[in-house]
Design a protein around this ligand. Structure first.
Ligand code: G3P
Ligand code: MG
Length: 241
């Protein structure tokens, strides 16, 4: 079972910041996951929420501000003073950190609330520019976006994110098409997901911070877990090997 650091190393660092990604890049985890939105001037930025309020000292929607405007705020001090001065990262800056590492990179397109026209193309273009097309998996709760990634770049790995259970998820996956299923922890042990695993689907599960759940997921044969606690999960995996 593989380990992906969720939003960077988000238990110890402010989520989706360069500090969190630099720390992850030093870890022997398999991958990293982060979220992207589009600014008013069409820049791809790395942040979880549609609004900057929770993770910065600013307020407002990412989509309504330019990168320059978004850069005026602090994205680290809300976590602890030690991280004050963190700015909102661009996709390019985050990819740069992992350019020379072994990590698999999961870019989550946050277009499930607002439509970000052209986000798939912009993300694929940046990944291609950095020569990392074979190292990414592009996922979304927005399955129209997942489908567009498949149409635009059939060779790039894509994944459908699910918060709810759907019947015959493996059949749905084939129809989209999606290379992998990224499922919410409570749904991971349900029949439809277990059947998908037995049919060969790559299933990755979010967000797994407890050893008890990781143990169960290891037993059912999921490909990977997303965790805010990568070191804790590395320790767990080495203890069961
Ligand atoms: O991509 C897995 C996971 O990050 C999905 O949920 O809300 O943490 O982006 P969220
Ligand atoms: Mg995410």
């Amino acid at each position: 079972m593989k380990i992906y650091a969720h939003r960077g190393y988000s238990a110890k660092y402010p989520e989706n910041t360069l500090a969190a990604f630099r720390a992850t890049a030093e870890l022997p985890v398999d991958g990293v996951e982060f979220d992207v939105h589009l600014t008013a001037d069409q820049q791809v930025v790395v942040i979880h929420d549609e609004k900057i309020d929770r993770t910065s000292n600013g307020t407002g929607y990412v989509k309504d501000m330019t990168l320059e405007e978004l850069r005026k705020f602090d994205y680290g001090a809300w976590f602890t003073d030690e991280f004050s001065g963190e700015v909102i990262p661009t996709l390019a800056e985050v990819l740069e950190i992992f350019k020379e590492t072994h990590h698999h990179i999961n870019i989550e397109l946050k277009s499930d609330i607002f439509v970000y026209a052209g986000l798939e193309e912009l993300v694929l273009h940046e990944v291609e520019k950095q020569g990392m097309l074979e190292r990414v998996v592009i996922s979304s709760f927005d399955h129209e976006a997942v489908k567009r990634v498949a149409e635009l770049s059939p060779d790039v790995e894509n994944a459908a994110l699910f918060v709810n259970m759907i019947l015959d998820v493996a059949e749905y996956q084939e129809k989209l098409p999606a290379n992998a299923l990224h499922v919410f922890l409570p749904t991971a042990v349900r029949k439809t997901v277990l059947e998908a695993i037995s049919k060969g689907s790559v299933v990755r599960v979010w967000t797994v911070n407890e050893v008890e759940y990781a143990t169960q997921l290891l037993q059912i044969g999921v490909d990977a877990i997303f965790t805010d606690e990568p070191e804790k999960m590395l320790e767990f995996l080495s203890s069961v090997k």
